[in-house]
Design a protein around this ligand. Structure first.
Ligand code: ADP
Ligand code: MG
Length: 329
């Protein structure tokens, strides 16, 4: 039952990301609908075979909160990864379509991601490394599952890191070059949850505009050398920078534009974002998000520990009907 490209009929383009594109396909011999991810890899055949071998671990991942894997193959010069198709798409697409996500649903998302991360780490010692709304998928049964986790070290090495898009959910310690741990995924989860609840990427708001940025410059603890710390800027430099703001690689949202470097500096140097305004969301939700976003990874809990949080326990027992919710869009 090896998957072959000839047996797959393209039905629809599902999206494009950093490393390639994803298509909805039908596996003709069985009639199974799948999502086929095409990853363009500039690597030697031996490396490609190694990647393929590493991807086979996904055959052993069986968890309600993890996308099922059908198989992977080389289709020169690409690697194709076939996985479960989630017919409601990813959560970034969902909030862009319907607006901010109901906080009860956000709680269910948090629960699903924590369960998925705990499974990956406890059973397979896998760290996800790319938690973000576009890697959290939903289907019309109301299931929420994560995809695109870092099973293959070779694949991680091979995909050209363009630094655009993917880097923005990165934890402060990762930006500063520390090792990846499960706690880095927890940071990314916190950022993703705020994005879903507010309906916009949390760093792109007017609060983080230039005028405020200077206030925090130079307040960084000297005990931790920080390669990204900004030299203090003069008012003239700030004004000049405002003029050329729209040039270069940039992120846009909520009325401001930040370059990737500025964003990374912001994550390292500024207080972590929060669910705002205070009082709009349940206190337990605020508290959960805060505990995901401790800037010091030693303070941050693991996914397994966070499963015991009151907000998550509530999300587990609540009667909220995700299937009914998913039928509204
Ligand atoms: P990214 O995750 O950075 O957006 P990807 O190439 O991983 O880039 O995916 C592109 C898009 O394809 C995603 O945003 C998502 O909406 C869609 N997609 C990915 N996998 C699936 C899947 N298994 N089922 C349905 N849609 C998917
Ligand atoms: Mg993805």
């Amino acid at each position: 039952h090896d998957l072959r490209n000839e047996d797959l009929k393209d039905l629809q383009e599902l999206g494009q990301g950093n490393g390639g594109s994803v298509k909805k396909v039908e596996h003709l011999p069985t009639g199974t609908i799948m999502a086929k991810k095409i990853v363009l890899i500039d690597a030697k055949p031996s490396v490609r075979k190694q990647i393929l071998r590493e991807l086979q671990i996904m055959h052993d991942c069986h968890c309600d909160y993890i996308i099922s894997f059908y198989g992977a193959f080389i289709s020169d010069p690409n690697i194709c990864i076939c996985m479960e198709h989630m017919d409601k798409g990813s959560l970034d697409g969902i909030y862009k379509k319907i607006g901010p996500i109901d906080i009860d649903v956000v709680g269910k998302v948090a629960l699903a991601v924590l369960e998925g991360l705990t499974y990956l780490y406890d059973v397979h010692r896998i760290i996800h490394r790319d938690i973000k709304p576009s890697n959290i998928l939903c289907n019309s049964k109301g299931q929420i599952k994560i995809c695109d986790f870092g099973v293959s070290g070779e694949l991680i090495n091979s995909i050209a890191d363009t630094f655009v898009g993917t880097s923005t959910y990165m934890s402060p310690e990762r930006i500063q070059g520390a090792q990846y741990t499960v706690k880095s995924d927890v940071w990314s989860l916190g950022i993703s949850l705020i994005e879903l609840a507010l309906g916009r990427f949390p760093f792109a708001d007017s609060e983080s505009d230039d005028s405020d940025l200077s206030e925090f410059e130079g307040t960084l603890s000297p005990s931790r050398p920080n390669p990204l710390a900004l030299p203090p800027r003069t008012k003239e430099q700030r004004d000049k920078k405002k003029k050329r703001k729209s040039k270069g690689v940039s992120l846009q949202g909520g009325g401001m534009t930040m370059s990737i470097l500025e964003l990374l500096q912001h994550i390292v140097n500024e207080p972590a974002p929060r669910l705002t305004p205070e009082g709009r969301f349940p206190r337990e939700a605020d508290d959960f998000v805060d505990s995901c976003l401790y800037k010091d990874p030693d303070q941050r809990k693991t996914p397994k520990e966070l499963l015991k949080h009151t907000w998550i326990e509530n999300a587990r027992t609540t009667k909220f009907d995700l299937e009914a919710w998913a039928s509204t869009f």
